[in-house]
Design a protein around this ligand. Structure first.
Ligand code: ADP
Ligand code: MG
Length: 362
């Protein structure tokens, strides 16, 4: 396949709404996907991810809104004229056709000459590392191979936009991890503007240039994996990406207090009467020798200690009625003696790991 990075197209979604009866599958969604970007829609089941992808592909007509590929308004353009390749949530391969028959289908639909079809099908199969598999039947393939056939079919006509709906969700973990890296490499090689859908936050973090977190048909936050994890816009995003516990805090002038204690932290400019301290378990440091200088110290009592091989989890109660969870590395003193339930400890949070967020859910 040729390198077409220079020909990738940006996507502009403006104020798109799609309702089914009383369900707002998409609720006034606006989104800009950059040319050549790998953007992931991440959200729980039923949040509207597939609906948005179907709108991009042209299989679903929204109630209102605008959709542009580059400068071109495409909201009324039928799917096969949109220059979009797509893999569906169920692979949607044709079981009665061979691998080559499946992959060549979009080319036949576009009336590409027969000799040309053979050449391009083989090139697409090479790209997904299925060279020589053209004559196989679909039911002779493993899940991972079927997935690759679906990808080959989506890219065979060299579309400028590639849409993928949970392509790896049916695969076991090991294969999924491997395919994540492969799809990412494929994207780097082909350079198509890619919109990828998953409900798996780790997959989204692994693969994406940027992630749009979707809930109830709305975009909660659009940011790089790092910004999303480090600075979630609200509690929903913080809960959905990674693990966290939350502690209620209060403002006192310019300060922020937890249980009467002033926190060393950056105070964000957010208007909310529900300010929360977000604590990521891997950022909490265990001190068994009391408070430390230059950090936020929380006196705590261990309530649960769970050995997990490479790490351990410690749940603790704080005097103010809150709970904190710490994930610690299994090394050093922890290998010989983990903290015991009931033990009094100090949990430390560096100022840069003391992150305040808007506690609202949406
Ligand atoms: P996701 O892909 O994030 O799981 P969907 O986009 O499939 O979510 O669905 C979003 C919402 O729209 C859900 O509540 C779903 O039940 C509803 N929905 C989707 N498609 C249809 C349809 N064809 N008819 C009725 N309701 C639908
Ligand atoms: Mg879906």
């Amino acid at each position: 396949m040729t390198d077409r990075t220079s020909e990738a197209l940006p996507i502009s979604v403006r104020n798109i709404t799609k309702t089914y009866g009383r369900v707002h599958a998409l609720d006034d969604v606006s989104l800009e996907v950059r040319s050549g970007e790998f953007l992931t829609l991440l959200g729980p089941s039923g949040s509207g991810k597939t609906t948005l992808l179907m709108v991009l592909a042209g299989f679903t007509r929204p109630d209102c809104g605008s959709l542009k590929f580059g400068d071109r308004e495409v909201i009324r353009t039928p799917p096969h004229l949109r220059d979009v390749g797509m893999t569906f949530q169920s692979y949607a391969l044709f079981p009665h056709m061979t691998v080559a028959g499946n992959v060549g289908y979009p080319l036949r639909l576009r009336k590409v000459p027969k000799t040309e079809i053979g050449r391009r099908v083989e090139a697409a199969l090479e790209t997904v590392q299925l060279g020589g598999f053209g004559d196989r039947r679909i039911d002779q393939l493993s899940g991972g191979q079927r997935q690759r056939v679906a990808v080959a079919r989506a890219i065979v006509f060299e579309p400028r936009i590639l849409l993928m709906d949970e392509p790896l969700s049916a695969l076991d973990k090991k294969l999924r991890d491997q395919m994540q890296i492969e799809l990412r490499h494929l994207h780097e090689k082909l350079g198509m503007t890619t919109v990828y859908v998953t409900h798996d936050q780790r997959e989204a973090l692994t693969m994406s240039d940027r992630i749009a977190v979707v809930n109830h048909g709305r975009i909660m936050q659009l940011a790089t994996p790092r910004d999303l994890y480090e600075r979630p816009a609200n509690r929903f995003v913080a809960d959905f990406i990674g693990e966290s516990t939350f502690l209620p805090v209060s403002r006192s002038g310019k300060d922020v207090l937890y249980d009467g204690q002033r926190l060393l932290c950056e105070v964000p400019q957010i208007e909310t009467d529900n300010l929360l301290l977000m604590v990521r378990p891997e950022r909490v440091v265990l001190s068994r020798e009391g408070p430390r200088d230059g950090v936020n110290n929380f006196a705590a009592t261990a309530t649960e200690v769970v050995y997990q091989g490479d790490s351990f989890l410690l749940h603790a109660d704080l005097p103010g009625g809150g709970q904190m969870v710490l994930r610690g590395a299994m090394r050093g003193a922890n290998v010989t003696a983990l903290p015991a339930v009931g033990e009094s400890l100090t949990l430390c949070l560096a100022p840069e790991d003391t992150v305040l967020i808007d506690g609202s859910e949406r």
